[in-house]
Design a protein around this ligand. Structure first.
Ligand SMILES: Cc1cc2nc3c(=O)[nH]c(=O)nc-3n(C[C@H](O)[C@H](O)[C@H](O)COP(=O)(O)OP(=O)(O)OC[C@H]3O[C@@H](n4cnc5c(N)ncnc54)[C@H](O)[C@@H]3O)c2cc1C
Ligand SMILES: NC(=O)c1ccc[n+]([C@@H]2O[C@H](COP(=O)([O-])OP(=O)(O)OC[C@H]3O[C@@H](n4cnc5c(N)ncnc54)[C@H](O)[C@@H]3O)[C@@H](O)[C@H]2O)c1
Length: 477
């Protein structure tokens, strides 16, 4: 028998990036809203994901200044990294952002926040520690956690995941990272620059979702910084001992190897948080990738939506926030809004940054065949990149022969900022002509986008036909 009974318009399970956005929107639109969180307000992104990882990367970038900015005539001393102080910085950043996601802020918006683990007890009812909640609409936003691969011995060996890494206050002597996806690559570079030896062990190739040409340039840069990247390895066993961890693997040539490290980070993908929800009781279908949803983010139970990492699609904070808007439109405005990932960007915050939107070159070739133009512009051709000595990298944009932009990838300084122009252009279905004709302020890195776009017209503009035309017109005074 439950102690309390609540009857509300919307119940949201999980106060991470997705759940917080739905709850804030629903309450401000006048819907009675309950938000249930079993652990920390803000979820993964604030506490164990985006925020601490980017704060750690900021310290790492500072520690690298002696090398990256030596050419500017300013002599930075060799860094003396105190990981305890770095850790304090990381947690101060979390604390500075936390009020935005706090219980107090949400209650002030009119949301009833309940702390505890929610589970379904019926198609439109959930229970949290004796409180039963009936809701017209329920939104599952329970996120994901690190997937620990079934490597023999791994469960016996101490290892970090994103849940524990940011509590560490001692610099690893040699960090072995399992997984060369965005978490593995960002954390590998952060630790290398802070002073650790780092080895990345990747089963296939690093950053498999990004453009291989740009990934390969990033990979070379990471290797130059001293990170050992081992691709195509198969880890056969992990053992504890000798004050650290030993990883046994078969390398890409089929040879057995042992690698010894002081610490291990597992960054080998994510598992959706579906287990503790009793989804069967609400008739909600799910699989290993998460809760099954349609394009309107409805589950097999039409009163229940699933958003963010638990919904099995792209796993980013900006996607969880985008999902929240789709659910608000469906649940509160009764609009049949659907997700559309055609202009979905992502950025990996290595230095240099790697940013991408829509199709890679390979995907574009598969879709458009020969109806394709690949535009490239290197950073070293940009004056601002030269003044700031940030000349590594390039932009690669893909258009159809008629100039419709179908994809863009950028490797280089501020790539995460530069990609936004391309996100807008792709989202609005713009022709490359719009970017080529834009007046870009000088000297900015943004001119790289304009120059790449303008290069679409170079062959036509300087063709013999155009030159003949110009000569002809000059006869008329
Ligand atoms: C190291 C790392 C770095 C990242 N960096 C970036 C980045 O730079 N940019 C980016 O866009 N994305 C990044 N991500 C991904 C991003 O963190 C996630 O995509 C995002 O947090 C997903 O939001 P969510 O709302 O789906 O889930 P979460 O933020 O994980 O929130 C889910 C919440 O639900 C709660 N919960 C779970 N089950 C229950 C239950 N039964 N009852 C009550 N509460 C429950 C959890 O405690 C949690 O607070 C990163 C992830 C990691 C791990
Ligand atoms: N900057 C960002 O936006 C950012 C940063 C971090 C994380 N994220 C999000 O979090 C998600 C999870 O990140 P992730 O890096 O853990 O996962 P991921 O799935 O993107 O990459 C995991 C990598 O681990 C490899 N792997 C898996 N099992 C392995 C094994 N046994 N041995 C060796 N390699 C193995 C895979 O081949 C893959 O390349 C990302 O996909 C992304 O959506 C985003």
């Amino acid at each position: 028998m439950s102690d309390t009974f609540l009857d509300v318009d919307i119940a949201v399970i999980g106060a991470g990036s997705g759940g917080l956005s739905v709850a804030a929107g629903a309450a401000q639109l006048g819907a009675s809203t309950v938000l249930i969180e079993q652990h920390l307000m803000g979820g993964d992104c604030l506490n164990t994901g985006c925020v601490p990882s980017k704060a750690l990367l900021a310290s790492a970038k500072a520690a690298y200044r002696w090398r990256s900015e030596a050419a500017l005539g300013v002599d930075y001393a060799l860094p003396d990294v105190d990981l305890g102080a770095v850790n304090r910085h990381v947690h101060e950043v979390i604390a500075a952002i936390a009020p935005n996601d706090s219980i107090e802020r949400f209650e002030a918006l009119g949301v009833k926040v309940i702390q505890g683990t929610a589970r379904f007890v019926g198609p439109s009812e959930i229970e949290v520690d004796g409180t039963r909640i009936r809701a017209r609409r329920i939104v599952v936003a329970t996120g994901s956690r690190a997937a620990v691969p079934p490597i023999p011995g791994l469960d016996q060996v101490p290892h970090f995941t994103n849940e524990t890494l940011f509590a560490n206050t001692e610099l690893p002597r040699h960090l072995i990272v399992i997984g060369g996806g965005p978490i593995g690559i960002e954390m590998a570079q952060a630790h290398r620059r802070l002073g650790s030896d780092v080895t990345v062990l990747e089963a296939s190739r690093i950053m498999p979702k990004d453009d291989p040409e740009l990934v390969s340039l990033l990979g070379s840069r990471l290797v130059d910084e001293g990170i050992a990247i081992r691709e195509g390895v198969s880890i056969t066993r992990v053992e504890d001992g000798r004050g650290g961890v030993t990883v046994l693997l078969r390398n890409s040539e089929g040879l057995e190897e042992r690698i010894f490290g002081s610490h291990l980070l597992v960054a080998a993908g994510r598992r959706p948080n579906t287990e503790r929800l009793d989804l069967e009781k609400a008739g909600i279908e799910y699989g290993p990738k998460g809760i099954i949803v349609d394009a309107r983010l409805r589950t097999s139970n039409r009163r229940v939506f699933a958003i963010g990492d638990v919904a099995g699609g792209p796993q980013f904070t900006h996607v969880a926030g985008y999902h929240a808007g789709i659910v608000i439109r469906n649940a509160l405005f009764r609009q049949p809004a659907k997700v559309d990932y055609r202009a979905l960007p992502w950025v990996t915050y290595a230095d240099p940054e790697l940013a991408h939107v829509r199709l890679t070159e390979a995907e574009a070739r598969a879709k458009h065949g020969d109806d394709l133009v690949v535009l490239r512009w290197p950073y070293h051709e940009n004056d601002r990149a030269q003044t700031d000595r940030k000349t590594q990298g390039l932009i690669k944009a893909i258009t159809t022969r008629s100039g419709k932009i179908v994809g863009a990838s950028i490797l280089g300084a501020e790539a995460g900022e530069l990609i936004q122009l391309w996100v807008l252009a792709i989202g609005q279905g713009l022709n490359v002509k719009a970017l080529a004709g834009m007046i870009a302020p000088y000297p900015t890195l943004g001119e790289i986008s304009k120059r790449a776009a303008a290069s679409f017209f170079t062959p036509k503009l300087f063709s013999s036909r155009t030159r003949k035309l110009v000569r002809f017109l000059s006869w008329f005074g």
